[in-house]
Design a protein around this ligand. Sequence first.
Ligand code: NAP
Length: 472
Amino acid sequence: MKKKLFINGKWIEGKEYEELRSPYDQQVIAQIPLADKQEVEEAISSAHRAAKVMRELTPLERSEILEKVSDLIKERAEECAMILVSENAKPLKAARAEIARTIETYKFAAEEAKRIHGETVPVDAAKNGKGRFGFTKREPLGVIAAITPFNFPFNLTAHKLGPAFAAGNTVVLKPASQTPLSAFMTAKIFEEAGLPAGALNVITGKGRTIGDQLVTDARIKMVTFTGSVPVGLGIKEKAGLKRVTLELGSNAAVIIDSVDDLDAVAARCAEGAFNFAGQVCISVQRIYVKEELFEEFVEKMANHTKELVLGDPKSEETDISALIHPAETDRIESWIKESVEGGATIICGGKREGTVFQPTILVNVKETDSISCKEAFGPVVTVNPFKTWDEAIRLVNKSEYGLQAGVYTTNIQKAFQAVDRLEVGGVIINDIPSFRVDNMPYGGVKNSGVGKEGVKYSVEEMTEVKFVAFKL
Ligand code: NAP
C-alpha cells in the first residue's frame, strides 16, 4: 500500500505521503510519496552519475535490457492491465490493449538500439574540403527528464524510456499524480531486466511543486513532456537552452466526403470518439460529413454509440468508465450546456451516471463553442455537415491544434489535396485521426506541440549529432 521512490537503484521511503484513489469508486488504492527538493536532487545527481555507465554500454547490451523489459511485461501483462484499471479507470479491454502496445514499443526500442548511427559526409565536395574525410556519429545527450500524463501511463512512458535508453541516456521520470503505480511497476521491471543503478529514477509528487526543479536543473539536457498546453508552454519558457519535446493536446477532426460503407465508418467514429471516454489526445472530437450523407451518418453513429457498455472498468464488458477526475465531468457537462443553449442538439447521451459520463453526440455545434474549439478530452463528439470540399478543409484547419486528421474519400485527388492542405502532424486517409502504431512518427503542429515521438524519431531527438573531420 505504501509506495517508495526509486532513486539510484534503491527503493526509498518518502518523508510525506498522499492517498491515491481509484477514479471509478474513489477507494484508496495506495499511499504515494511526495518527493521533496532533496529527493529530486538525489534523483538528478544519480542520473547524472549513471550517464557515464549508460553511455559505455554497447548497443547490444542496451538492446538486451529493452528486450528483457518487453518480455517481462508480456509475462505480467494481466497484472499491468489491472494497475491501469485501478489507477486510471481504464476499462479492462482498453487496458489490455495498452499493455500489448507497450510490449511492442519496448521491442521497437530494443531493435532501434542496434541501428543508431551517423553517416559519411562528402566534405571534399567543397573547395576547401580536399584531402579530408568527414562523418557524423550520434551520441547520447545525458540526463533526460520525462514528464508523463495520466492517459496512457505505460505506453507513453515506454515512448520516453525506450528510446532514451536505446540511445544510452539516463532518465528522471515524473509520472502524473493520478498514475504513479504504473511508473513504479515499470521501474521494478527495468530493475529486474538489469538496467544499471541510477539510469532510471522515479519521483512522484505534484508537477507544479517539483516540476520547476527538473526543468531548470543544468545537468538535465532534455525535457520530454506529454500533457496539456499550459503546462507544456510553462516548461518551454523555463527550460532555457535544453532540448524540449512537447506532445500536447488536440481537438482532432475527421472529414467524411465519400465512402463505400457508411455504417462501418460510423462504427469506427464511435470507437475513436469514445475509446477511454475520449481521454485520448487523438480522440475523434469533430466530424464533418458531406451534406448528403449527414442524416444517415448521424443515425448510424448514434446506433453504434448506444451499444457501448458503461460501468466498472474491471468488467470485461465495459467500454466506458469514469473520467479521471470528478471536476472533468463537471467541465464536460458545462461545455455541453453552453452548446445546447447556443442552438446545438444532443442526439444521444448528455448525462452522467454516477462517476461515468454517457457518450454524447452533438449536432449543429458552432465553431466557436468550447466543445468544438477547445480540447474536450471527454466522451463528447460534434458532428456537422459541410457543402463543399474547400469548406471541409477550412473547418478542420480552423483550430489552434494540429495533431492528426482523418479523411474518408474514394477520390484519390482529394486524398492527396488533403495531405497537402491539412495543417496537422499526421494525415490518416480512409480512417479516423486516432490511428496510431508505435513506430510511426507522431507529433503535432500549432498548439499540439513540437518534436516527434515514435521510437526511431525520439531517438533522433534524444541524441546529439557530432561531426568528425579527418585531414588525410
Ligand atoms: P497535464 O495536467 O499537463 O499533466 C502532465 C504532466 O505534467 C503530469 O505529470 C503533471 O503532474 C505534470 N505537471 C503539471 N504541472 C507541471 C509543472 N508546472 N511543471 C512540470 N510538470 C508539471 O496533462 P494530463 O491531464 O496528465 O494529460 C492530458 C493532456 O495530455 C491532454 O491535453 C492530452 O491531449 C495530452 N496528451 C498528449 C499526447 C500526445 O502525444 N500529443 C498524448 C497523451 C496525452 P501532476 O499530475 O502531478 O500535475
